[in-house]
Design a protein around this ligand. Sequence first.
Ligand SMILES: Cc1ncc(C[n+]2csc(CCOP(=O)(O)OP(=O)(O)O)c2C)c(N)n1
Ligand SMILES: CC(=O)[C@@H](O)[C@H](O)COP(=O)(O)O
Ligand SMILES: [Mg+2]
Length: 621
Amino acid sequence: MVLEKINCANDIKKLEKDELPALAEEIREFLIHKISVSGGHLASNLGVVELTMALHLAFDLPEDKIIWDVGHQSYTHKLLTGRKDGFDQLRKYGGMSGFPKTKESPCDVFNTGHSSTSISAGLGYARARDIQGKDYSVISVIGDGSLTGGMAYEALNNASQLKSNFIIVLNDNNMSISENVGGMSTYLGELRTNDVYTGLKTGVTNALTKVPVYGDRIVKRIRKTKSGIKQLFIPGMLFEEMGITYLGPVDGHNVAQMVKTFREASKLNEAVLVHVITKKGKGYAPAERHPARFHGAEPFEIETGIPKNTKKKPSYTDIFSTVMRKMGDREKDVVAVTAAMPDGTGLKRFRNMFPERFFDVGIAEEHAVTFAAGLAAAGLIPVVAVYSSFLQRAYDQVLHDVCIQNLHVIFAVDRAGLVGSDGETHQGIFDLSYLSSIPNMCIMAPKNKWELSDMMKFAVKYSGPVALRYPRGEAYDGLKEFRAPVAYGRGEVIYDESEIAILAVGSMVRTAEEVRQQLKEMGYACSLINARFVKPIDEELILEIERDHCLIVTLEENVKSGGFGEKVLDYLNQAGSHAKVLNIALPDDYVEHGNVDVLKQEVGIDAGSVLKKIVAAYIGL
Ligand SMILES: Cc1ncc(C[n+]2csc(CCOP(=O)(O)OP(=O)(O)O)c2C)c(N)n1
Ligand SMILES: CC(=O)[C@@H](O)[C@H](O)COP(=O)(O)O
Ligand SMILES: [Mg+2]
């Protein structure tokens, strides 16, 4: 076994050349086996095995700095830097992260998780290196999907001014999570597939520069030519015109070719983009056939690729997907926008039925929101379906472009709450705080699957910015009998008793119901209120509750700071109330990766912890 010889960074350099193909094969077997048990980002990782090996052969770690964009493809890097044992606890609470983490290894030099940040971070490293008089290499590895994100272009624009070495490796597998989209993707496709371009740049320019005196001039002239003909000679001209040297395309499964190219690239005193072509899912037939399905895989049977857990209730995303499909039929003004997540957000069905009213804008949340603002200003009703943590990126667009103009944009905020194994970069635990600080925004959270549907219908009829937040995973199908019509800013009283009142938001209504039952068994009378609206809060109802109960408990799957509980407390204070209020929310902190149930216990929002907190507060009155 060759993989056994790899125990720390640079061990790969001790291998014989003819051992490298076996190493690649063993890494793939290892990853397939481990991810089939733990789940994880399989297809992207299988695609970069040779690319990662080549980087580790061409550079010295940890002195040289490799920054992985998104970081979901860093598993081989983890293996080659002595973290093989970590795969038994991959993405588990307290175990190894599925993303680069500086605290895990000196070879992880920048934490990632959200896309399109690697060129900016790498450029920062390169500038710091130069100022500090150091001479390490900096390599940012970015995928073709991540190259659709605005930050990547801002960084490329800035990198063009660099007069020292900085390598950008473009890992082009012609896929984002789903099919990649847009002009850049088309452009890369041409570079990839047109034989005329392949190898010609190096070939032609090398040949020309060898021609004494005139060769150099001709190359310079070709570079300066404004006609399209230059594309015939110099692939990657778009990057070249920006001032970024382009090398490639290079076969991303040919280690020797890549090592050679990286060594050449590291000699240039400028920003260099090495265009590497890889196959997503390489070496595992089901993942090659269905790269989107194996992008973020649940545990699966290796022989068939079929998920181990097939018996699942519909998720909130499934419900949203169905609602959107039906709404598409009824409401001709409804259009849907996603930032590269048609699968994850459930918009794929809407896309299939109403392709002309569906927009995948690439990994470009900022653009998605302002684009939606434009659609709304022109009279359509855009639904922006986006994960809570990715919407963070578009805060200003929500504020500046949607809310100041009070435009009717619907935000379907998926993965709101703890998402689990992706960890701190992906937990959707801030949206109630960051959205509710914005004037004109209306925020709702459904208690169960029927309410998600009712709230979507309400949102379409509403006029103005409106967000609906719902969590990852199975949709709650309890409390079906409670289905009072959704009315603006009004909560829903589910059980009206006395003593204790629990005011719960969205996903926490289910927990509150469980806690209420237990309190009842313990002899306490407890009301249960489904808040429904986080902004505006139902002030009238809160005052009513205050009159009839001695303890008011707020419950939400969001950080405490700026959340629902704080708003309720604030309002009661302003109203001169002296009611005892217990705010149960997540601590104002980041939450690492792990199983959601485990994480809920850790942060104290599982039923057991909530019960203890309520009893303690009540006894202490
Ligand atoms: C800001 C942001 N939006 C969305 C995502 C979700 N996401 C993770 S990976 C990915 C696709 C990345 O494609 P690419 O960079 O080509 O990498 P590949 O998986 O193809 O290797 C997306 C959309 C994210 N991580 N960050
Ligand atoms: C790496 C990344 O950002 C996505 O792949 C994310 O892991 C998807 O998460 P879901 O599984 O919740 O769609
Ligand atoms: Mg890709």
